[in-house]
Design a protein around this ligand. Structure first.
Ligand code: TMP
Ligand code: MG
Length: 212
């Protein structure tokens, strides 16, 4: 019987280095013969993903709740694929997940509980790595401004909500790690690798669902 592979989520603010770190992590997993697949949310390639992309690029406007539900639906359309990969022994490394969904929408004033509900019972990560960086440091990196949510004030609120989610996930027995992403790329990659090695080599329990 194939052993279930771990589900690893990388979360963070815009410009926290998420995509770079995700790519480095995948390279390293492959080099260590850990089969792994990258999944990125939003997945802009699907029909729903294209609506999300148009909204993020400000080519279309949508009600805050409508776009929230589209982001969630975009995860649901890939949920069974994620489960199949894990059950066939392939680790999934996910660049953003439901926690981004809550953090970004709730920062616009929607209720935290309302934002959480459509993602209840999605596959739960075995490890969530939150790349934490101050909005000031993030802004200096490449500058915001290309997409809708890339504004310092919004990122500050998003960061606060992410930290709240992290405390709740930890209190609930989940594995959430805050990583100081303001450091050099290699130092961040090394810390991420330590955590991933731990879950990749350890026992992975039965699959769980978010907030159930
Ligand atoms: P990206 O830059 O990682 O492609 O993400 C695009 C933006 O979408 C980013 O500002 C975070 C935001 N977002 C949400 O608002 N809700 C979600 O559920 C996800 C996955 C991302
Ligand atoms: Mg972006």
């Amino acid at each position: 019987m194939t052993r279930r592979a771990p589900f690893i989520v990388i979360e963070g603010l815009d410009r926290s280095g998420k995509s770079t770190q995700t790519a480095l992590l995948l390279q390293r997993m492959k080099a260590t013969n850990i089969p792994a697949q990258l999944v990125k949310f939003p997945d802009r390639t699907t029909a729903i993903g294209q609506m999300i992309n148009s909204y993020l690029q400000s080519d279309s406007d949508l009600d805050d709740r409508a776009i929230h539900l589209l982001f969630s639906a975009n995860r649901w359309e890939l949920a069974s694929t994620i489960e199949q990969l894990l059950n066939s022994g392939i680790s999934v490394v996910c660049d953003r997940y439901a926690f981004s969904g809550i953090a970004f929408s709730a920062s616009k004033g929607l209720s935290y509980e309302w934002c959480r509900s459509p993602d209840i019972s999605l596959p739960a990560p075995d490890l969530t790595l939150f790349l934490d960086i101050s909005p000031e440091a993030a802004k200096e990196r490449g500058g915001y401004g290309e997409e809708r949510y890339e504004k310092e004030e919004m990122q500050r609120k998003v960061g606060e909500i992410f930290r709240r989610i992290g405390r709740e996930i930890s209190a609930d027995g989940g594995k959430w790690v805050n990583i100081d992403a303001g450091r050099e790329r290699e130092a961040v990659a090394e810390e991420i690798w330590k955590w991933v090695e731990g879950v990749a080599n350890g026992a992975v329990g039965p699959s769980r669902r978010l907030w159930t």
